[in-house]
Design a protein around this ligand. Sequence first.
Ligand SMILES: [Fe+2]
Ligand SMILES: [Fe+2]
Length: 185
Amino acid sequence: MTNIIEQIRDEHRNMAKLLDALERQIAVFSEGGQPDYEVILGALDYFLDYPDRCHHPKEDLLARKIIEGTDTAGPLQKLEAQHEELGILTRRFAELVRRVLDEAELSRSDLTRAATEFIATQRHHMEMEEEHFLPLAETALGPEELAELASELTAEADPLMDPDAEARYSNLRDTILSWEAEAHG
Ligand SMILES: [Fe+2]
Ligand SMILES: [Fe+2]
């Protein structure tokens, strides 16, 4: 089984691609165009579900393991608080998208602002983890502790990039893969 830290990094890469995809569609929307709502809704569907169910628990577990027997609890407890805030922000943004689709009164700039905040907060949180939290975990925990953590975790794969996983993400996955092919072709 892949090391838990590598799994978290892989999931960050996937989430970063999803945020890029969302950003492209929001740019279309803010310029008055018709975005691909399937991509927007797919991204939201993912962010409403997978991080709280599978990604954040891995990080919270890792954080608690680092805290054990140390006095570094403060900054690491902030991580759990940020995960809760991300959940709230995601649900708020999802609600605004739903209102747009229901053709409720909502200006393009309101939705664009909420989307920009959502994307920036997600990216900022991941950057903090990549630059501070994961390197700290690598220094603090040895292979035995990491293996112990891996055994406590769900083996559920990230549905975004696993070709055998949930069909509801298949369109989104295809869109992202085709953009990647374009970018590298
Ligand atoms: Fe996190
Ligand atoms: Fe993360």
